[in-house]
Design a protein. Structure first.
Length: 62
C-alpha cells in the first residue's frame, strides 16, 4: 500500500488540532513522544483537513 499520510515529527508540536478534526479518528497524539501518529492509514478519507489545520505544516496527505 502506498503511503498516504506523511507526518514530519520534527515539525509536529503535538497540539492535537489534527486529532480533533479527523472524522475517521485515525490520528492520535502518542503519549510518550508527544507527536501525532496514524493508527490506520488505509482509513484516511484524503480530504486533508488535518493538513490545512496543522499550525506548523507537519502533515501532508497524498
Amino acid at each position: 500500500m502506498a503511503k498516504i499520510v506523511f507526518i514530519d515529527e520534527n515539525l509536529c508540536i503535538g497540539c492535537g488540532k489534527c486529532t480533533e478534526l479527523c472524522p475517521r479518528e485515525i490520528l492520535y497524539i502518542d503519549s510518550a513522544a508527544k507527536k501525532c501518529k496514524v493508527s490506520d492509514e488505509a482509513e484516511c478519507d484524503r480530504l486533508a483537513g488535518c493538513q490545512h489545520i496543522c499550525p506548523t505544516g507537519a502533515i501532508r496527505i497524498r
